[in-house]
Ligand binder design. Structure first.
Ligand code: UT7
Length: 325
């Protein structure tokens, strides 16, 4: 059975930076509140690029780094909750933009767990015989934010990150995994709900549904269910936290990372963190973190490093992959 290998990583964020102080000029908030409660200092907010533009930039970068042509790509999965449109999918738009005309392409919706779910899926596609694919997490969450709601508007940002996956591995890429969903708790984090035929049934057309979050409920979910999930996945692989080089967790809140490290009995310094620069970019947060760690030399794709990748968020969804790079 062929083994998948992550052979390239890349990320792209829009140039426009919005600081906490910038937000404090348009809503009743402060840098002190945002930074102390979340660890976020700034976020990148797109001016004229949509989700597929950010994802295509990542795709182009992956091809460039790998010295491949676009027609050597078999599949493209884009994890996103902020697609350009429901149809065509963002992945189809990326396929067209980078000219990967042989590739099949589809979006995967699992909110902040999207990249983890997509990488798990892609690994199985490689095991099933495909040679090469891209897994990209991309979000323009700024278009789903209610800029008059300070409890959500300060948290999120735009960006994209991704990996090139090829069938050239000599060992299993994912040592253990545990993916979870609990739809019964889905109401605590929602966006873009569509009403049933408002005009036809004489109902007034609802205003657009923005991201709504019961922050406390999601915080509790994150610090209760997620460390358990990581622990169970480590046990499946007969590994301990000290065997892990780095923990790459979804970047929602630095206080969540503090609590995770404590609950797992793991060194906090092993939990990579970049929400200070990007805010919460949902499905893009883990691949951006991975790409940065490779770029700054913390991680190498060829050093046999063991990393934990854990997503958690809307759905509710959560899940862990233990990845052997
Ligand atoms: O990506 C999916 C996963 N998402 C997460 O994991 C997010 C999980 N939740 C959280 O990270 C935290 O719950 C938040 C950062 C969202 C909120 O932190 P909190 O400590 O739970 O604050 P809170 O919602 O309880 O609000 C505390 C106070 C309230 O005022 P009162 O009622 O105490 O007077 C809020 O109105 O802070 C107020 N507040 C703000 N003040 C200044 C809420 N948002 C802001 C703001 N600026 N932006």
């Amino acid at each position: 059975m062929p083994f998948a290998k992550i052979t390239q990583t890349a990320h792209y964020v829009p140039d426009n930076i919005v600081s906490n102080d910038d937000l404090a000029k348009i809503m009743d908030t402060s840098d002190e509140w945002i930074y102390s409660r979340t660890g976020i200092k700034q976020r990148h907010i797109t001016v004229d690029e949509n989700t597929s533009d950010l994802a295509a930039k990542v795709g182009e970068q992956l091809l460039l780094q790998a010295d491949l042509s676009a027609d050597q790509i078999d599949f493209i999965i884009v994890a996103t909750i902020s697609p350009d449109s429901s149809m065509p999918s963002t992945a189809a738009l990326v396929q067209a933009k980078i000219g990967a005309h042989r590739a099949f392409a589809y979006d995967l919706t699992a909110a902040c767990s999207g990249f983890v779910f997509a990488l798990s899926t892609a690994e199985k596609l490689i095991a099933g015989g495909y040679t090469r694919g891209m897994v990209i997490g991309a979000e323009v969450l700024s278009k789903s934010l209610d800029w008059s709601d300070r409890s959500t508007a300060v948290l999120f940002g735009d960006g994209a990150g991704g990996v090139l996956l090829e069938n050239t591995g000599t060992k299993p890429l994912i040592i253990a995994e545990h993916l979870r969903t609990d739809g019964s708790r889905g109401n605590s984090l929602t966006s873009n709900h569509l009403e049933l035929q408002p005009e036809l049934l004489g109902r007034s057309k609802p205003v657009a549904e923005f991201i709504k979050m019961d922050g406390r409920a999601i915080f509790d979910f994150a610090v209760r269910d997620v460390p358990k999930n990581i622990q169970e996945t480590l046990e499946k692989a007969s590994l301990k936290p000290e065997d892990i080089d780095y923990f790459l967790l979804h970047q929602a809140n630095s206080r969540i990372l503090d609590k995770m490290a404590k609950k797992l009995g793991a060194e906090r310094s092993k939990f990579l963190q970049n929400m200070q620069d990007y805010g919460n970019t949902s499905a893009a947060s883990i691949p951006i973190l991975l790409s940065e760690a490779v770029k700054n030399g913390k991680l190498s794709l060829d050093r046999n490093s063991k990393i934990v990748q854990t997503g958690f968020g809307g759905g509710l969804t959560w899940g862990t992959l233990i990845v052997n790079l």
